[in-house]
Design a protein around this ligand. Structure first.
Ligand code: SF4
Length: 419
C-alpha cells in the first residue's frame, strides 16, 4: 500500500506529525495481535484523524472492527489495491461508516515494500491450500496463487534500477510458487531467472514449509545457495517437537522427517542460518510433548527461534479443543523456549566470530563511526567505517561479540560477486 500511496503523491508521515488519515493494516494471527490492532485503531481515532482498517482481522471479522467508535472504513485484503479510491471517497463520505469486504483470494498484484533503501520485499505468492488445525490464514487469504514470472521480473528490474541490492521473496508458501499458474512455474524457475538476469542482487527466500522441501526441490535450493545465487538463510517452521501434537496440528510431517531435513541441509551448507517457528501450549500438549519439543530444538543448531504461545483463533478446530493448556503453564513454556532461542542466537553469532561475510549496508548506526549491515546468512552487524552508502555491498571480517551485538571491520574491498 505504501508504494501505491507514494506513487499517487500521498505523503507517509509519522504519527507524531499528525496525519490526516490513519490506515491500520491489522493482523489476526493471535488473540494478542487482534487486541493490538484494536488498540492502534482506538489510538488513531483519538487523534481526530480519519481511520481506515484493513488486513486479515478486517477481512475475517469486520463486524468487530466497525463497532469501534470513530472508525470510518473497514476494507478487506483485496481492497488494499484500491486504497487511493477509498481515500478519495473518504473525504466526501460525510462521516458515514462502512464495511467493504469481498471474498478472499483476489488475483495477486505486484507490490514490493521496503526496508530502508537497500532491501526490498516482494510478495510472489499468497494464500494457502493446507488446513493446520489452529490457523485462519486459509480463511483470510484464500487459496494459493502466484504472480506470473514476467510480472516478478518486471518489478525486480525496477528495484534494481532504484538501487535495491537485496530482494526477499515472500509469501505464505513460496515453496508452492507457480503451481497454480498456466503454464505452471516454480520457485526454482523464478530464482533461476532472477539470478541470471540480475547477478548483482542477492535473493533471500522467506519461510518455507518442511513438506515443500522434498528431495529434488531441496537439492536445487541447496545448489543455488552453494553457488551464491540465494542467501545462506532458510526459515523452516517446526511448530512442535512432538509427533502426537504435529498430527493434531495437521502439519503433514513428523519429527523424523524434520530432523533429516535439517541434517541434509547442514551436511551440504554447514554455515547456513536456519530459523524456525514453534508454538507453545497447543491444546493437549503434555509435559512429555513439551519436553520432546525442547529436546528436538536443543539438538538442532537453529540460529534463531520465533516462539508463539498457542492462541485460540475463532472457527478453528484447535480453538474448540477441550484440552486447552492453562495460561500460566503456556507462559512458562514460552519463556523457556525464548531462553533457548536466545542461547541459540548467541551460539550462532559466536560461531561467526572471525568469519568473512558478504554484507549489505542498511544505514548509519546511532553510535558515530558505525553502520548497520545485514549479512547473507542473516546476521545483523555493526561495521566500523568512516563512510559507507546504504545499499553498498562489502566484505567484512567479524571481530567481536559485544552487548551491542556483532562488530565487524571492513576489508576495504567490494564483496565477491554473488554469482
Ligand atoms: S501451512 Fe498451516 S500454518 Fe501455514 S498458513 Fe497454511 S494453514 Fe496456516
Amino acid at each position: 500500500m505504501e508504494g501505491i500511496l507514494r506513487a499517487n503523491n500521498y505523503r507517509i508521515v509519522k504519527h507524531t506529525d499528525g496525519p490526516d488519515v490513519y490506515i491500520v493494516n491489522t493482523c489476526t494471527v493471535t488473540a494478542r495481535s487482534d487486541y493490538q490492532s484494536r488498540q492502534l485503531i482506538r489510538k488513531a481515532v483519538k487523534s481526530g484523524a480519519r481511520v481506515i482498517a484493513t488486513g486479515c482481522y478486517a477481512q475475517l471479522r469486520p463486524d468487530e472492527l466497525i463497532k469501534i467508535k470513530g472508525i470510518d472504513l473497514v476494507i478487506g485484503n483485496s481492497g488494499k489495491d484500491d486504497i487511493v479510491d477509498y481515500l478519495h471517497n473518504l473525504s466526501g463520505s460525510g462521516g458515514r461508516r462502512s464495511v467493504i469486504v469481498g471474498p478472499p483470494g483476489s488475483p495477486l498484484k505486484a507490490k514490493p515494500y521496503f526496508s530502508g533503501r537497500s532491501r526490498a520485499f516482494l510478495k510472489i505468492q499468497d494464500g494457502c491450500n493446507s488446513s493446520c488445525s489452529y490457523c485462519t490464514v486459509p480463511m483470510a487469504r484464500g487459496r494459493s496463487r502466484s504472480l506470473y514470472p514476467a510480472d516478478v521480473l518486471k518489478v525486480v528490474d525496477g528495484l534494481v534500477t532504484d538501487g535495491y541490492r537485496e530482494v526477499v521473496l515472500t509469501g505464505i508458501h513460496i515453496g508452492g510458487y507457480g503451481l497454480d499458474l498456466q503454464p505452471e512455474s516454480s520457485l526454482l524457475d523464478i530464482v533461476d531467472k532472477m539470478a541470471d538476469s540480475y547477478p548483482g542482487i542477492r535473493i533471500r527466500l522467506s519461510s518455507m514449509e518442511p513438506q515443500e522441501l522434498k528431495e529434488d526441490f531441496l537439492g536445487f535450493i541447496l545448489k543455488f545457495i552453494k553457488e551464491g545465487r540465494v542467501c545462506r538463510h532458510l526459515h523452516i517452521p517446526l511448530q512442535s517437537g512432538s509427533d502426537r501434537i504435529l498430527k493434531t496440528m495437521n502439519r503433514g510431517y513428523n519429527t523424523g522427517y524434520f530432523k533429516q531435513l535439517i541434517h541434509r541441509i547442514l551436511s551440504e551448507c554447514p554455515d547456513i542460518s536456519i530459523g524456525t517457528d514453534v508454538i507453545a501450549g497447543f491444546p493437549g500438549e503434555t509435559v512429555k510433548d513439551f519436553d520432546d519439543t525442547v529436546k528436538l530444538i536443543e539438538e538442532l543448531p537453529f540460529s534463531y527461534l520465533h516462539v508463539f504461545p498457542f492462541s485460540k483463533r475463532p472457527e478453528t478446530k484447535a480453538a474448540l479443543s477441550p484440552d486447552q493448556v492453562r495460561g500460566n503453564v503456556k507462559k512458562e513454556r514460552v519463556n523457556r523456549l525464548i531462553e533457548i532461542g536466545k542461547n541459540k542466537k548467541n551460539a550462532y553469532m559466536a560461531r561467526n566470530l572471525n568469519a568473512i561475510l558478504n554484507v549489505i549496508v542498511e544505514n548509519k548506526n546511532t553510535t558515530a563511526g558505525f553502520y548497520n549491515v545485514i549479512s547473507d546468512n542473516y546476521l545483523r552487524l555493526l561495521v566500523r567505517a568512516d563512510r559507507l552508502q546504504p545499499g553498498q555491498q562489502i566484505q567484512v571480517r567479524v571481530s567481536s561479540l559485544t552487548d551491542a551485538g556483532l562488530i565487524a571491520e571492513t576489508l576495504g574491498q567490494p564483496a565477491k560477486p554473488l554469482k
